[in-house]
Design a protein around this ligand. Structure first.
Ligand SMILES: Cc1ncc(COP(=O)(O)O)c(C=O)c1O
Length: 449
């Protein structure tokens, strides 16, 4: 530990990506270097935990490298493979078979010649899973989220969205209209007030209400029935992004839409394959053929981007078959068992988890500086979880995002909670004592400990 009690410049413990978002000056390339300097300062002190790469499959135990090539390994709670399907033999077999039949590339947009028999079967399977909706596939979940708003909303329309809606939804809205209205996270009264104001001022244009069924940084969920009622009252269209809970939550895998018995409530459902379905890709599910056909030619990320590769389509189809099977049900039970056990063990260790039980378990760290030390310590102690900082979460609300998989064992969980508690305990001390100019006091504290 003593080597960690070093003097760390304040700038490496403060600041955020937001500081460099709007650089000014005529030279686009030179005005951005401040970010690189700040990033390197953090790197020098091993406080830059981003852009890491795995050297093995992203399984419960994994080997990885930092973005400057330093090797580390540990119990992995930093990958989003909730049912552990990405290394499942059925997915691997489907992928290999698809390569044999199709090669590795779709070689075209789905609006042209990019579909394969597997992508068509995937659309059909998802349609059945979602109760008969029309499904349109996208190359990523991000592309689906962006395309769902950009595809339907026009300049005079309005988008009303939860302040924490995912970047893909926010960027899609920005591309579509300037009439974007944010409401407080999960705040239905604020949503109602916005809708009332917008509708009374503008009876003629569309309103899209945008939310997520499981928020990915907070692990919480809106009351979808209440949102549907507000949409009905004010003539709005409801979009729900179920990237994180579809397939992983609920006995039947239908996520919070299913748990709340609200499968029909959303006009538009969007999802990602990258959390539960073992591969990149995404989809939009709508209620009519007309809406699906419109998306195919008017949502840019479908029309003007190459389709899912044959490997992705075959892998996701194999994953969907598992998600819908008894095996999927068993994996979801195992996953939820792990989630509840992880939360319980963290509480016993005095750690504060946020939100509701889901494959995302946020753990409060607080100040960004404390979070950066904790992240460095966790990695050194053999635990892997992602650090989330402002602006992805509120300032001073840094957290670890643990992502639980069905393949974690109780021994993995016990071990990671042990090292997490140690990592956080040491981070508190390091933060208090480790600021620049405090190194003498730190040495004294270490000696006394
Ligand atoms: C809520 C939400 N929507 C969409 C996406 C984008 O999905 P993908 O990573 O598959 O592009 C993500 C994942 O990062 C997400 O959390």
């Amino acid at each position: 530990m003593s080597s960690h009690f070093e003097s760390v410049p304040e700038a490496a413990l403060t600041g955020s990506l937001r500081d460099f978002r709007s650089p000014e000056g005529p030279d686009l390339m030179s005005r951005i270097t401040g970010f690189y300097d700040w990033q390197n300062l953090r790197r020098e002190h091993q406080l830059w935990p981003y852009a890491r790469s795995t050297s093995t499959a992203p399984t419960a135990h994994c080997e990885a490298r930092s973005d400057i090539g330093e090797a580390f390994s540990g119990i992995n709670f930093g990958s989003q493979d909730y049912l552990s399907l990405s290394s499942h033999p059925a997915l691997k077999e489907a992928a290999i078979k698809a390569i044999g039949e199709y090669g590795v590339h779709s070689a075209g947009s789905a609006a042209l010649l990019g579909n394969t028999a597997n992508s068509l079967l995937l659309e059909q399977g998802l349609s059945e899973f979602l109760g008969g909706r029309e499904v349109v596939l996208y190359p990523t979940g991000w592309a689906a989220g962006y395309g769902s708003v950009q595809g339907f909303v026009r300049a005079n329309d309005h988008v009303v969205m939860d302040i924490l809606a995912h970047s893909c939804l926010q960027e899609g809205a920005k591309a579509a209209t300037q009439n974007i209205h944010y409401h407080g996270h999960l705040n239905l009264d604020a949503l109602a007030r916005k809708l009332e104001r917008i509708r009374s001022a503008d009876p003629d244009n569309g309103i899209m209400v945008v939310t997520e069924s499981l928020f990915s940084m907070h692990s919480d969920t809106p009351d979808i029935g209440a949102m549907r009622a507000l949409c009905d009252q004010f003539g709005a269209t409801l979009l729900v992004d179920c990237a994180h809970d579809l397939g992983s939550i609920g006995d039947d895998g239908l996520g919070h839409l299913g748990l709340q018995n609200m499968m029909d409530a959303a006009d538009i459902i969007i999802g990602s394959f990258s959390k539960t379905f073992g591969s990149n890709g995404g989809f939009i599910a709508v209620k009519t053929k007309a809406a699906a056909e419109y998306l195919k030619y008017y949502s840019a990320t479908h029309t003007f981007s190459n389709a899912l590769s044959p490997v992705q389509a075959a892998s996701v189809l194999a994953a969907l078959n598992i998600v819908r099977s008894e095996e999927g049900r068993t994996l979801r039970r195992k996953l939820m068992d792990n989630i509840l056990y992880l939360r319980a063990q963290m509480a016993k260790a005095g750690l504060e988890t946020l939100g509701d039980p889901s494959p995302i378990v946020p753990v409060r760290l607080g100040l960004e500086g404390v979070g950066r030390f904790a992240s460095r310590n966790l990695m050194a102690l053999g635990g892997i979880a992602n650090l989330v900082e402002y602006p992805a979460v509120p300032q001073g609300g840094a957290r670890f995002r643990f992502q639980v998989m069905a393949s974690h064992t109780r021994a993995d969980i016990d071990q990671v909670v042990r090292v997490l508690a140690e990592a956080m305990h040491n981070a508190d001390i390091e933060y208090r004592l480790g600021h620049e100019g405090q190194s003498d006091a730190v040495s004294g504290a270490t000696a006394a400990a």
